[in-house]
Design a binder for this molecule. Structure first.
Ligand code: ADP
Ligand code: MG
Length: 241
């Protein structure tokens, strides 16, 4: 579903992605771990066209992600939605309005249909009854679940998660991970940047350890997370576990 091939990306003189390659097959969950500053967010932002890249190629469902082609980027963004560390909800819109905005304005769904779908999605993330509530009245965990419902409302083929629980109070992390676990079980294609090693171990089909803009090590979670080969992976896991 997502194919990243030898991608190079610099900010001015700073090389952030140095020939990154990885794949997220349809229906699989790939977790990306690595120290802060290693380029994980940049990589996700390149996948859904929020950032351009200078070398290599990214394809989503066979479609080249090319910032030079606006229509293509729009098509990619509809297929690949992103959930950010900070919930990025529209503050002046209710939970339901946050979820229906995309279907109504980007997909052209009739309002009634979008609202019915939105209620269903809010129920699916455990937020029945919160349709009319504004983000400021929701906990961080609830806001992040609205953000996930909002992403799903676009009927994406894949969802990108950028440290979706790292801005949450510890007691709220579990409820968001539970929603993500259900989504994975239902067969959603997911690329998840996370420091939640236990989650990665349980849910990921494949784990990628990135450092300084390169893939240092990758493989099944049991190998990469339990018996890493590379010293840099070992050291990182010692620090986060
Ligand atoms: P991670 O998500 O792994 O913490 P990032 O992708 O956010 O890493 O950042 C990788 C590197 O790129 C860091 O050195 C960061 O400072 C730099 N960087 C990220 N975004 C920008 C930007 N918009 N302009 C300049 N440098 C950036
Ligand atoms: Mg980041």
């Amino acid at each position: 579903m997502i194919e990243i091939e030898a991608v190079e990306k610099s900010y001015g003189p700073l090389r952030v992605l140095k020939g990154i390659s990885l794949r997220v097959p349809e229906g699989k969950v790939v977790c990306v771990i690595g120290p802060s500053g290693s380029g994980k967010s940049t990589l996700l932002r390149c996948v859904n066209g929020l950032e351009g890249y200078q070398g290599g190629a990214i394809r989503v469902d066979g479609r080249l992600v090319d910032r030079g082609r606006k229509a293509e980027i729009r098509a990619v963004r509809q297929r690949v939605c992103m959930v950010f560390q900070r919930f990025n909800l529209f503050g002046h819109r209710t939970a339901l309005e946050n979820v229906t905005e995309g279907p109504i304005y980007a997909l052209g769904e009739p309002r009634q249909q979008a609202e019915a779908g939105g209620r269903e999605l809010l129920a699916r993330v455990g937020l029945s009854g919160k349709e009319g509530t504004y983000p400021a009245q929701l906990s961080g965990g609830q806001q992040q679940r609205v953000a996930i419902a909002r992403a799903l409302a676009m009927r994406p083929q894949a969802v990108l998660f950028d440290e979706p629980t790292s801005a949450l109070d510890p007691e709220l992390v579990g409820e968001v991970l539970a929603v993500m676990r259900d989504l994975a079980r239902e067969g959603m294609t997911m690329m998840v940047v996370t420091h939640e090693i236990a989650f990665a171990r349980e849910v990921a089909d494949h784990v990628v350890f990135m450092d300084h803009g390169v893939v240092v090590e990758e493989g099944p979670p049991d190998e990469v997370l339990a018996t890493p080969r590379e010293p840099r992976t070992q050291e990182f896991l010692r620090r986060v576990l």
